[in-house]
Write a protein that binds this ligand. Sequence first.
Ligand code: FMN
Length: 330
Amino acid sequence: MPSALCQFLDIEKPILSAPMGGAAGPDLVASVCNAGGYGVIPLWGKPVDQVVEGIAAVRALTDRNFAVNLNLSFPYQDQLEACIDAKIHAVSLFWGMEPSAFATAKAAGLVVLASVGSVAEAKAAEDAGADVIVAQGWEAGGHVWGQVSTLALIPAVADAVKLPVVAAGGIADGRGMAAALLLGAEGVWVGTRFLGSTEATIHDTYRQSILDASETATEWYYDLYDVDWPAAPHRALKNSTSEHWHTTGSASPGNRPGEQQVIGHRPDGRPILRYQSYTPLPGTDGDVEAMSMWSGQGVALVRQIMPAAEIVEELYLDAKDHLQNRQAIL
Ligand SMILES: Cc1cc2nc3c(=O)[nH]c(=O)nc-3n(C[C@H](O)[C@H](O)[C@H](O)COP(=O)(O)O)c2cc1C
């Protein structure tokens, strides 16, 4: 299975760990890289010194290539300059199509991974100079940019662009990976499955909720959680906050029940309000179940906590087995 994407990224396995704000830190990213995949670390929204520290923390754990994830809906220029100064391999750009960001990164020799949710965006990213298109289906966890399911999106995007396509959204085991490759992707971008890794920096209540969840356990919300930037839909586990919000009429921000209620505290003691966008970290106290526990629909396939390297290996071997050895069923 060594694809053009693998050669381009200099990896053995076309498995990319998705950037997951709060959950995918240096340990997870480096473990995926060391296992032959490719890790992406979210460093958007952070001061430059923390971007530099984040890059150094990954480099202390691996000498492999990885990418830094930046959010184009926020000021990103200083973080991008820090990435360029640090000579990182790649940037992953999401939530927007800002040609100057692509141009700056390309001019500095960085590989550019562009997250899209439609063919039109994929073409715009190709025109802007992207090297790899990450097509994210609606099944995905966390912030969900598009409205199209992975099954429909990947072949449409693969047919429309010349660049390698990486499939995201709902891919949580070898069957999903094999399917994505058959649909025209050259690699997979996996988030929710890695929430079930030992390296994911999430609270035990969140981790257990992921293990317990079925395929119907998540919902897509336009603006249930206050994610700090406009028009940023998201997918998360249903919980007591979303149930109460539904039963009281699904009010818009400003009128949701219990908006100013403190439901817990961060490890540093800062309060967490109901509806606040907050990935529950270890050390969080309070009603963790009521917090924004981001998750994709593939969560039903997360059945045990495993080291990230074993998840990479399992996905790779199972996908290979499905692609090479499966009896014809037609
Ligand atoms: C907890 C969590 C946090 C996320 N944070 C980010 C982020 O900071 N940047 C980003 O580009 N995508 C983010 N995403 C989306 C993922 O990059 C990816 O597209 C998604 O997880 C893929 O779908 P899956 O969860 O079904 O594997 C997040 C997803 C999750 C589950």
